[in-house]
Design a protein around this ligand. Structure first.
Ligand code: GLA
Length: 389
């Protein structure tokens, strides 16, 4: 899939050539899961798997959307002056929601457009196909309407689409990674301050292997929002005795001493994940600074255990991928990524063992679940941008 083929596909659907072509990546996260809405650190990167979009302005106020990934949905249309959410509008709510949020910030849309999208991010895979689409439409709208907005404004608008329009109380990580990504760089982001630094992904002779369980997740209908409110409740209880603004403000020691304030098994485990995962993320960056890949790998695997037992967002499919990877030679660490409840895991694997790991993990998975997992070696990409003029 590339810009030229997307242009041709657009032409088949809309009869004319598109004005511009854009690409929006997906994302992985090295470590720092469910820390973003808890005021902690994340360490994501944008990847070369993502969503292409071809678009042209129209003279009337109609917006037409076509997705090559959902041909059954056919052409979706709406009027640019009516941007309200409609449940039965399906995937079209993401583009529409993006326009809705931009309009709230003052954008004026004096005409419609035609948009063709085609992505190679497996749906529901935890690689953020929805944030990829949100940022894609943001960058397209910026170009088509000549909007005076920064990339970070589009990042925040994307999160607003999830929070206010779709109803998923997600953090900022996905939209940030996708909007701000840089080739071969991870981003170490402190969500409390929104300060970040680009960090070269130099894993020596190792690669990041993405392991897709092909068990699709839908965060909006999952327990994602419940996890978030559990953390908020734990924080409220801690704040009765400790002066902190977020769970990310707490050290492991401070948290341990505050557990009596929470005094509830489930809430303690949820908050412990948030606090410890944040510290692990800081330690993981330090390990990379020290070229200590062994420690980095252990922290990655510890993150999985915490997500599995304390945060309880893993599923047997992901545990199988991760456990099996752990047992293989050349694997430094492995863990579930993204929101959880399905989707993908990553393994940090020595380049010369990738084929073997893929083989063994794939066979074990197929035997246990009766369908195959998919594997991709991650390539780190630039954030959402126009591909051709
Ligand atoms: C989803 C959300 C992110 C983040 C992750 C978990 O991907 O969109 O904001 O919370 O889950 O780390």
């Amino acid at each position: 899939m590339d810009a030229a083929s997307i242009k041709q596909e657009y032409q088949k659907v809309f009869d004319v050539a598109p004005q511009s072509v854009f690409f929006s990546p997906g994302r992985i996260n090295l470590i720092g899961e469910h820390t973003d809405y808890n005021g902690g650190h994340v360490f994501p990167c944008a990847i070369t798997l993502g969503t292409f979009g071809a678009a042209s302005p129209r003279t009337d106020s109609t917006v037409r959307l076509y997705s090559a990934n959902l041909p059954k949905d056919g052409m979706l249309t709406f009027d640019v002056n009516d941007l309200d959410f409609h449940k039965d509008f399906g995937w079209g709510n993401y583009p529409k929601g993006m326009l809705y949020e931009l309009a709230k910030k003052g954008a004026k849309f004096d005409h419609g457009f035609d948009l063709y999208v085609h992505g190679n991010l497996p749906d529901g895979s935890g690689l953020s196909s929805s944030a990829s689409l949100e940022l894609l439409v943001g960058v397209i709208a910026k170009k088509l309407y000549n909007l005076d907005v920064e990339q970070m404004d589009l990042v925040y608008a994307g999160q607003q689409v999830e929070n206010d329009y779709i109803g998923l109380n997600s953090g900022i990580m996905d939209q940030f990674a996708i909007g701000m990504g840089k080739k071969d760089q991870a981003m170490f982001l402190d969500v409390n301050t929104m300060k970040y630094e680009y960090y070269p992904v130099d894993l020596g002779d190792n690669v990041v292997l993405i392991m897709n369980s092909n068990k699709s997740h839908d965060l909006a209908s999952s327990k994602y929002n419940e996890r978030r409110s559990q953390c908020e409740e734990a924080l409220r209880r801690i704040q009765k005795g400790v002066d902190v603004k977020t769970l990310g403000d707490l050290s492991k020691e401070q948290f341990d001493q505050a557990t009596y304030l929470i005094n509830d098994d489930t809430l303690i485990r949820r908050a412990r994940h948030a606090v410890f995962e944040n510290q692990r993320t800081i330690d993981a960056k330090q390990a990379l600074d020290d070229h200590d890949l062994k420690t980095f790998g252990h922290l990655v695997s510890a993150s999985h255990i915490s997500l599995q037992y304390d945060y309880e967002v893993s599923v047997p499919e992901l545990d199988t991928l991760v456990d099996t990877a752990w047992d293989q030679k050349g694997v430094l660490g492995a863990r579930i990524i993204g929101g959880g409840f399905g989707g993908c895991a990553i393994a940090i694997v020595s380049r010369d063992q990738v084929d073997h790991v893929q083989q063994v993990v794939g066979d074990t998975y197929l035997k246990r679940f009766g369908y195959a997992a998919d594997f991709y070696v991650a390539e780190i990409a630039d954030g959402t941008h126009e591909v051709t003029a």
